[in-house]
Design a protein around this ligand. Structure first.
Ligand code: SF4
Ligand code: SF4
Length: 198
């Protein structure tokens, strides 16, 4: 039984060189903060230092290797880039001084731009909904933000939040109305100005 399970796991993760897009890999390594990827010696120190690597589908070391080879789909659909807490533990210990945290940020931006996310994973959906709401109104409203995230990922998570939400609303700490700043047009102009091209 275990043998079958292991075989399925291998089949799921097996990749061939023909699936890679080295051009994409080169584009990422040319981004500010990502230049060091090419000097990685795959020592694994970053994965050992990362407090969240046990929860990641690709450890930081594997992310670096997978980007370098150009496996775009695997990288952008991985949960790792969204689980990264930007603690810089990997960056501090990397013997090649590679900015792994900046690489994670660059990959998040790339994933958002291409709308490629791990399926049913709430964090990128929350990030996208937050950005859209702030862009439209200048402020985020927690109730609608969480509702949007849940409806687009897994509505069942609302069941676990209902009691807390009810208490927050009863004590006046949860607003159901949309909030908006004055002069939101100025903010929209600022957000529409220079965009990083990949
Ligand atoms: S610690 Fe640095 S050199 Fe070692 S695997 Fe991680 S990124 Fe590569
Ligand atoms: S910055 Fe991200 S990848 Fe690096 S150690 Fe912290 S959580 Fe892990």
């Amino acid at each position: 039984m275990l043998g079958i399970y292991k075989q399925e796991a291998y089949e799921r993760h097996l990749r061939f060189q023909r699936d890679a897009d080295p051009t994409w890999g080169r584009k990422i390594t040319a981004l500010p903060g990502c230049e060091g990827i090419l000097t990685c010696m795959q020592c694994g120190t970053c994965s050992a230092a990362c407090p969240l690597s046990v929860y990641m589908d690709y450890t930081p070391r594997r992310i670096i290797a997978t980007v370098r080879e150009g496996f775009r789909e695997d990288v952008l659909r991985s949960q790792t880039i969204w689980l990264c807490a930007s603690c810089y533990a990997c960056r501090v210990r990397c013997p090649r001084e590679i900015n792994i945290t900046d690489v994670m940020y660059a990959l998040k931006r790339e994933a958002i731009r291409n709308r490629m996310y791990p399926p049913h994973f709430p964090i990128p959906i929350l990030a996208r909904a937050f950005f859209d709401m702030v862009k439209r109104r200048g402020r985020s409203t927690e109730f609608w933000l969480v509702l949007r995230m849940a409806l687009r990922s897994n509505p069942l998570i609302l069941l676990g939040m209902a009691k807390t939400g009810w208490h927050l609303w009863r004590t006046g700490r949860l607003s159901l109305g949309y909030e908006k700043i004055r002069g939101v047009g100025e903010l929209q102009k600022a957000l529409a100005s220079p965009r990083e091209e990949v």
